[in-house]
Design a protein around this ligand. Structure first.
Ligand code: AMP
Ligand code: ZN
Length: 496
């Protein structure tokens, strides 16, 4: 089986050949940690987690290095820090903000079944590498100092015949177009409108470090140089795969590529550039002003009585091919919930000692992560596993279904093969159907349950009793029990 990946730089799908199969290296631009991550941010996390898992399967778990950075130098972080911790010195306040948001991000993406990357470097810990890169770029004639800024010159890059990549090759824009398109009020210290910042002086109240190139004033890095520095430190001058959302192609990745190739006189930064399509919500661009901005945390909290909810969100994300735009809708989530439940039930006949991913699923994944084809294959396996005809080898199909679900990161989906937790799941599905038959929306019942739990935890027993009575009037009773880890939890059931 041959892994084929689509490369944004060449606009072609080609066989993937790692530079060193003993150490396959991937860099993905991570989140800027200033608030809860939204469901759009979850897309690259899940997509590249699937690729990470596939690479580990193909090359061995110890032979893949996955770096996903944490951007902790950013104006939005500074603003947050000043707002939330006005009494603390700025650096301390920034550390507090990023510690909290970093932890939230990890909890959220853990719940979506994403493995932790091999390394999660922070921009603030790589300032020395950024300064070193900037010095190389100045020495090579690709960057210059002006009014305490260091600027990169795309024109210098394109004039140097020794360096093959042209500026604009990734985004497929010509330099002339970019210059023409640049804003009229170009900063006066720029020699050319297309020049971009590698380093700039810090304003009062901003974090600052000693500057490169003999600049006396303290300063801070530009965003693009951060990723070039972290990728260099952890993966070397040239590596295999660079990924992120499609919005990062220009200017972020174009500039990363320019910086790295010019600093090392290399023709490539990464051999394959991969970009996930954008996510929108109910057919609209997600935005706070439209009121359709959803955080991963909010989504995870929507169905507290369903222990599979995080996996259902993951499943919903993977139904669409990663390069296509995705429309995140309530209706789609409901379909995923039903569909994923069916697959899990069909996998429950597997023998845990014999599970393995199916060839069909591996082939589809190897075809530029064709997860929509993977879904079709999973349903074929589920049908075969449920089939009573002996010629269909139902047990093998169940083993392959369970193995494929595990490979795709639905690890909990095979937990029940070891325990009898499947009964809890079937019970849950049964209750949802029973509720729908009575014209009740299971999601609304979950929401009432959340409000009741919140009321109880703030000792507002009047409100919690009121919600219980409201549920009782609908024919719903509450049951106290334990979750898979043995923690107490309350669920609802249709009264008999
Ligand atoms: P940010 O924190 O905005 O730099 O984004 C972190 C990652 O999430 C980047 O790879 C972005 O491309 C990606 N991303 C942000 N918004 C969306 C969206 N609506 N759909 C898909 N990916 C997104
Ligand atoms: Zn980046």
């Amino acid at each position: 089986m041959e892994l084929r990946l689509y490369d944004t730089l060449t606009r072609t799908t080609a066989p993937f050949r790692p530079i060193d199969p003993k150490n396959v290296r991937m860099y993905v631009c991570g989140p800027t940690v200033y608030d809860f991550a939204h469901i759009g941010n979850a897309r690259p996390v899940i997509v590249f987690d699937v690729l990470f898992r596939l690479l580990r399967h193909l090359y061995g778990a110890d032979h893949v290095t996955y770096v996903r950075n944490i951007t902790d130098v950013d104006d939005k972080i500074n603003a947050r820090a000043a707002r939330d911790f006005p009494e603390l010195p700025l650096n301390e306040a920034i550390r507090r903000v990023t510690e909290v948001t970093d932890r939230q991000f990890h909890e959220d993406v853990d719940a979506l079944g994403a493995l932790r990357p091999s390394v999660e470097p922070r921009a603030t810990e790589h300032i020395a590498e950024m300064r070193a890169l900037i010095e190389k770029l100045i020495a090579g004639g690709f960057a210059y100092v002006a009014e305490d800024h260091v600027l990169f010159s795309p024109q210098a890059m394109n004039a140097a015949n020794s360096v093959p990549p042209r500026y604009g090759a990734l985004a497929k824009r010509s330099l002339d177009e970019m210059i023409a398109g640049a804003r009229v009020d170009v900063a006066p210290y720029k020699r050319d409108p297309a020049d971009f910042v590698l380093w700039k002086p810090s304003k009062p109240g901003e974090p600052s470090w000693s500057s490169p190139a003999g600049i006396k004033a303290e300063g801070r890095p530009g965003w693009h140089i951060e990723c070039s520095a972290m990728a260099w430190k952890h993966l070397g001058e040239t590596f295999d795969i660079h990924g992120g959302g499609i919005d990062l192609v220009f200017p972020h990745h174009e500039n990363e590529l320019a910086q790295t190739c010019c600093a090392f006189h290399a023709s490539r930064m990464a051999n394959v550039w991969m970009h996930n399509g954008f996510l929108q919500v109910e057919s609209e661009k997600m935005s706070k002003s439209l009121g359709n901005f959803i955080t991963i945390r909010e989504l995870l909290g929507q169905r507290p009585s369903n222990p599979r909810w995080g996996e259902i969100l993951r499943f919903n994300m993977l139904r669409t091919h990663y390069r296509q735009p995705i429309d995140w809708t309530e209706a789609g989530l409901l379909e995923s919930e039903i569909s994923y439940g069916k697959l899990r039930q069909a996998a429950s006949g597997a023998n845990r000692l014999r599970i393995k991913p199916s060839e069909g699923v591996l082939e589809a994944l190897a075809d530029d992560l064709n997860t929509s084809e993977v879904m079709a294959e999973l349903h074929r396996l589920a049908n075969a596993a449920r089939s009573t005809s002996p010629s269909d080898l139902p047990v093998d199909a169940a083993n392959e279904l369970a193995g494929s679900l595990q490979l795709l990161g639905f690890e909990k989906s095979i937990d029940h093969i070891r325990s009898d937790d499947i009964r809890g799941d079937i019970q849950r599905t049964y209750q949802e159907v029973a509720a729908r038959e009575r014209g009740l929306d299971p999601k609304h019942l979950d929401e009432l349950l959340v409000s009741r739990t919140a009321a109880r935890s703030r000792k507002d027993f009047k409100e919690s009793d009121r919600i219980r009575d409201e549920l009782a009037a609908m024919g719903i009773v509450l049951k106290d029990g334990k979750d898979a880890e043995g923690k107490p939890m309350t669920t609802w059931e249709v009264a008999r």
